[in-house]
Design a protein around this ligand. Sequence first.
Ligand SMILES: Cc1cc2nc3c(=O)[nH]c(=O)nc-3n(C[C@H](O)[C@H](O)[C@H](O)COP(=O)(O)OP(=O)(O)OC[C@H]3O[C@@H](n4cnc5c(N)ncnc54)[C@H](O)[C@@H]3O)c2cc1C
Length: 287
Amino acid sequence: MIPPAFDYHVPKSVGEAVALLGRLGPDAKLLAGGHSLLPMMKLRFAQPAHLVDLNRIPELRGVCEDGGEIVIGAMTVENDLIASPILQAKVPLLPEAARLIADPQVRNRGTIGGDIAHGDPANDHPALSIALDATFELEGPKGRRRVKAEAFFHGTYMTELAEDEILVAIRVPAFAPKTGWAYEKLKRKTGDWATAGAAVVMGMSGGTVSRVRIAFTNVAPAALRATAAEQALLGKPLDAATLDAAAQAAMAVCDPAEDLRGDREYKTAMAGQMVKRALLKAASRCA
Ligand SMILES: Cc1cc2nc3c(=O)[nH]c(=O)nc-3n(C[C@H](O)[C@H](O)[C@H](O)COP(=O)(O)OP(=O)(O)OC[C@H]3O[C@@H](n4cnc5c(N)ncnc54)[C@H](O)[C@@H]3O)c2cc1C
């Protein structure tokens, strides 16, 4: 299918892109990797009169360190997350999880910023960002502001981004020593979105859970932090009873949509299984 006609704009800086968004108004859409936007345009779910292509803005790409934080440009593609020595050393959850996203072709063009900005609860980076306690940098006509990942996702395809703002960077705290991590993603086949996914970042001390963040993919209208499950774990050893209590608390807040991947009961049960597996794997990496 061929998308409807649009005008094409190629800014060379973030400032130029923000100015274009202001001038063109709500009929303009930002283009990153195009792997979510172009299918929507072909299906006529999105019909922007203008596309503002972010691919020629070098400052939006790459991974660097800033104090104790890792700063990832919004236009960094999945394959560059996987290959990044900084991420492999300081936030290994991201390169490991990026390998589970889509397929090699999509990972070659699809960007972390596009994955987040799209606001699709089936995308993996929203839950990963929440588990990692990431902060997003947004730039608009009034300058830059920072928003915690947890406060960014308002609902399906709804985010904190205003129409004239650009997601510029994702800031992630480097892992403290002895941090355990895991992302467990149930999918029907390679290249599929999650039926249910669970991201865990945690620490253990004296045989009990001393810190933990848990977030879910595709089991609610937006990426979901499971705070009650976190509370059920803190100060406890990771035995069968604690795992069950955490999974039950997590499943209680799941609100998945029924689709070809399964009905609500199945997806909720799978969320419970994914979080148990992720907790066990993460705990085994805390040493
Ligand atoms: C076959 C297939 C399988 C896939 N499987 C998965 C999967 O398993 N997991 C997963 O997470 N994703 C999956 N995806 C989605 C893929 O990761 C997309 O690349 C991603 O959702 C969007 O990133 P993009 O760079 O392609 O953005 P685009 O499609 O270009 O943009 C998406 C939306 O975000 C907006 N946008 C983009 N960048 C910015 C920015 N910097 N600031 C503000 N707004 C912005 C655009 O205007 C648009 O509305 C899959 C896609 C395909 C085609």
